[in-house]
Design a protein around this ligand. Structure first.
Ligand code: F6R
Length: 641
């Protein structure tokens, strides 16, 4: 079988580098490249089996991880390179109870992403059924297992991994000998699925899944993991003990498994996070910065107090030899950290900017802040936003999406009812239509256009509340309503040329000296990533225009995460008063308060999370031996040329 290493790819690390890892894994800079290679391996296997006159038995997964692999397989089929005539598939799992035609069924998913677009014989498709009576379930599971066996077992199993460490829906506690069976879903798994189901209460509590043993018997296993959310469980799976609380760790005993990672999912692996603990390193400036800031946190000492002994005991004697002494190294890193701090995010006029994060000139800059949703600007960089305005820059804000699906029906109803009450006798109004549609809406229904419109408008007005509070003129506020977002569903359309053109035109009309963007680089499906891709694509189109020679791009992180301290290139301290103003601005987003629809697992409100995050960054700087600020917002520069 063609191993993935034989094919050309952009790989950022190899298995051989490490003594900690117990499963073969490959790390890629980008999940698209990795997915293409996995699809190629599957395609080679299908062809090889075909040449041998045998069926190719594939175990398939759902979820966000394999989507691009399926896209590639469909492309290979469309280009005439691959036929699925000899392919038999067995899917890992299905929710229970679940009808095939439900939008969230895995049956629907597989047809939407793969089966409807290839020449597979429908009789060769096997997906566990979520709609059979409980009393028939045991026999059904035995039959599913036996059917796989009759085909000679799985030739290939594709897997994702849940944050609980589940493979298939084998949740923590699953036995290595388990076969296909019913299982109760873990709370974390249900909460991860809650936005797809429009709320936790709609996520099924059970599922039917192939067992650990079913998976282990497959001749080849590839597990895919993308994004920082998977980083911890990936480390536990690859470096930890084999334990039922991390079911994926059983794969350590499978002799032909490869785990395919993007750089974010690999970020907690020892050889990536702390490579000096694994082997000799090539000490780039970036790695030195990362290592010393890590050491300072590890031994809980400010940078300037680190000793030769600290370095030697933490795998950094090579670095010490290179630098001469801890004294010199400590000062270099301390200065570097200090130079990230500035109260002048738009540059300090007439100051020497050699060691400042931003240029002094032009002293009044044109600034374009992109916010994926209508509140990311204030949540993630509200203090910096305010400073840029107060320091006299020409600030523009561009809200990329309408954010309409995150407004509850109740909230929209409230506004429609208020509007309708002005003229209660006229029932032929848009408000009345919105009221009626929302009142008769079922959980799985998509909002009618007018209801979506009012939801978008609610968020628009909230944004204007916040920007007016900051003293920004309405003419500087741009609502882009990018079309990819406007599906009325959690699942969005792929980024299209029109989206990129809209972003391009706002860049061309503002001609900014600074662009700020939400840099959630690794979230494969999130709106933030799509919005960032739109900005990168637009920048790519305009990068040769002369105004772009003076344009710097700064990335901030979304509501859930902060940059690692070694990645921060500009740290903007906030005073207690600025923290209050930022909080007030976030509170203008009333529809996102109290009961947020897509909150993630952190139940706290956004203003609280933002406060805590900025406070923690300030604490970190303090612990590294810098000044003790109230709060800090952090940015990393993106260089496009
Ligand atoms: C899907 C499945 C699950 C997912 C896992 C990761 O058939 O069995 O194990 O692979 O929950 O889901 P994503 O890829 O959405 O992060």
């Amino acid at each position: 079988m063609k191993m993935i290493q034989e094919i050309e790819y952009k790989q950022v690390g190899t298995f051989e580098d490490t003594k900690y890892e117990r499963i073969h894994n490959e790390i890629f800079s980008d999940s698209s490249i990795a997915s293409r290679l996995v699809a190629n391996e599957i395609a080679s296997l299908i062809k090889q089996k075909d040449e041998e006159g045998k069926p190719c038995v594939l175990g398939l997964a759902t979820g966000s991880s394999p989507i691009k692999v399926y896209e590639e397989l469909v492309n290979l089929h469309r280009s005439g390179e691959l036929s699925f005539r000899n392919v038999v598939t067995f899917n890992l799992d299905e929710y229970y109870p679940m009808d095939c035609d439900h939008q969230q069924s895995y049956y629907h998913f597989m047809h939407q992403h793969l089966f409807d677009h290839v020449d597979i014989n429908p009789e060769n498709v096997n997906i566990p059924k979520g709609d059979i009576p409980l009393s028939d379930m045991d026999q059904y599971c035995i039959d599913y297992e036996m059917k796989i066996k009759r085909y000679g077992g799985l030739d290939f199993q594709l897997l994702g991994i849940g944050r609980t460490g589940h493979i298939g829906f084998n949740e923590p506690g699953s036995h290595p000998n388990s076969g296909t069976r019913m299982i109760t879903l873990d709370h974390v798994t249900r909460s991860d699925a809650s936005s797809d189901f429009n709320g936790l209460e709609n996520v099924p509590k059970k599922a039917v899944t192939m067992g650990i043993n079913t998976i282990m018997k497959s001749k080849r296993v590839i597990l895919l993991a993308w994004g920082h959310k998977k980083a911890t469980v990936v480390k536990e799976t690859i470096e930890g003990e084999i334990i039922p609380s991390i079911p994926a760790s059983f794969l350590q005993e499978h002799k032909n498994t490869t785990i395919i990672l993007d750089s974010e999912a690999a970020s907690e692996l020892t050889r990536i996070k702390t490579p000096w603990l694994v082997d000799q390193c090539i000490w780039t400036e970036a790695l030195k910065f990362k290592a010393v800031t890590w050491l300072s946190q590890e031994v809980k000492k400010p940078v300037l107090k680190l000793t030769d002994k600290d370095y030697n005991e933490h795998g950094m004697s090579g670095l010490l030899a290179l630098e001469g002494s801890s004294y010199n190294l400590n000062i270099t890193i301390f200065n570097k950290l200090q130079h990230t701090i500035t109260g002048w995010p738009g540059g300090k006029p007439q100051a020497d900017d050699t060691n400042r994060p931003e240029r002094a000139e032009p002293s009044k800059k044109r600034v374009l802040i992109f916010s994926p949703h209508p509140d990311d600007d204030v949540i993630s960089m509200g203090g910096t936003f305010l400073r840029l305005i107060d320091q006299g820059h020409d600030v523009h804000i561009a809200y990329q999406t309408s954010g309409n699906i995150a407004v509850t029906d109740e909230e929209a109803l409230k506004f429609a009812e208020v509007a309708q009450s002005f003229n209660p006798d006229n029932r032929d109004t848009v408000y009345q239509r919105i009221i009626e549609s929302l009142r008769s809406k079922k959980t799985s229904d998509i909002d009618v256009l007018e209801a979506r419109k009012i939801k978008g408008l609610i968020r628009r007005m909230e944004s204007l509340g916040a920007t007016r509070y900051f003293g920004l003129e309405d003419s500087k506020v741009h609502f882009l309503d990018l079309p990819f977002y406007e599906t009325g569903k959690v699942k969005k359309n792929p980024l299209g040329a029109e989206d990129i053109t809209i972003v391009q035109s706002i860049i061309e009309s503002v001609k900014p000296h600074q662009i700020y963007a939400a840099g959630d680089l690794a979230d494969p499906h999130g709106t933030h990533k799509v919005c960032l891709d739109a900005i990168f694509a637009a920048i790519d189109r305009v990068k040769d225009e002369s105004f772009m020679d003076d344009c710097w791009v700064w990335l901030y992180r979304g509501a859930w995460q902060e940059w690692d301290v070694s990645e921060i290139e500009m740290a903007v301290p906030l005073s207690p008063d600025e923290v209050n103003k930022k909080t007030n601005a976030i509170l203008f987003h009333q529809s996102q308060k109290d009961r947020v629809m897509f909150q993630g697992e952190d139940a706290r409100e956004f203003w609280l999370r933002a406060q805590e995050r900025n406070r923690n960054t300030a604490l970190l700087y303090d612990e590294l031996g810098l000044a003790d600020y109230e709060a800090i917002e952090a940015f990393k520069r993106y260089k496009f040329k």
